[in-house]
Design a protein around this ligand. Sequence first.
Ligand SMILES: C[S@@+](CC[C@H](N)C(=O)[O-])C[C@H]1O[C@@H](n2cnc3c(N)ncnc32)[C@H](O)[C@@H]1O
Length: 254
Amino acid sequence: MSPGSLRIVGLGPGDPRWITPEVATALAEASDLVGYAPYLARLAPRAGQRVHASDNRVELERARLALGLAREGRAVVVVSGGDPGVFAMAAAVFEAVEHGDPAWRALDITVAPGISAMQAAAARLGAPLGHDFCAISLSDNLKPWPLVAKRLRAAAEGDFVIALYNPASRSRAEPIHAAFAILRALKAGATPVVFARAIGRDDESVAITSLAAADPAHADMSTLVIIGSSETRLVERPGTPPFIYTPRGAGGPR
Ligand SMILES: C[S@@+](CC[C@H](N)C(=O)[O-])C[C@H]1O[C@@H](n2cnc3c(N)ncnc32)[C@H](O)[C@@H]1O
C-alpha cells in the first residue's frame, strides 16, 4: 500500500470467509487500523500495526482521525462491519473530506466493498431480495423519526421488500414497534417476516414468521429484519425450514 493512503473496507457480517481478498490485503498492508472497537476486535493485528479503536457514536471524529493519519503519510485502513458504504464509515469519511481540510481531497482514498448483512441474511433464506427491495435504518440518531416513518410508508406503498437495519439497541427499543405498527396498517398480515440475527457468527439465529404474528421485541442490535413484498413466498420443505424467495417477475409464475 502506498504511504499516505486511506482504504475504507468492509469486514462482512461476521464469518471470516466473507472477507474479500482485496480487504484481507488492505488489512495486511496497513500501518494503522481505525474503527469501532467490536469490529477491530475481529482482527488479529500484526506486530507494529497501530490500532485506533473508538466508540460507536463518534463516526466523524474517527473519520477525521483516519484522514489526519493518512495526511501524515500513514497507510490507514478504516474498518466497518458488512459493507462500508451501507450505513457505515464510507459516507462518514466523505462527509469529513467535504467539510474538512482541503488537503484531504488530494489523498489516495479508496473503498473496498464487503458483504452487507442483508445479502448474507438473504443467502441463508433463499432469495427474498430477488426483486425490487430497499434498505431502511431504524436508527433515529442521525435522522428524525418522522422521516423514518415516511420512508416506511413509501416502501410499503411501493410494495418493496424491506430490509430493516438497526432495528433496536439497548437504549432504543421503541422504533421497531412503531415500524411494525406502520407496516401492519399498510400490508397484508400474511406477509413473510424474518428476524435474521448475528448471521455468520457463532450465535446466528433465523426466525421466520408473518407480519401479523411477528413479535417486534424479537429484534435486537444484531438483527436484520426482512419484510416481504406481496410477491414474497415460502417454499415449504419436509423436516427443514422453508426457502423464502421473491420472484424475479411480478404477477405470477412465468
Ligand atoms: C450500523 S449498521 C452496519 C451495517 C453494515 N455496514 C452492513 O452492510 O451490514 C448495523 C446493523 O446491521 C445489521 N447487521 C450487521 N451485522 C449483522 C449480522 N451479522 N446479522 C444480522 N444483522 C446484522 C443489524 O441490523 C445492525 O443493527
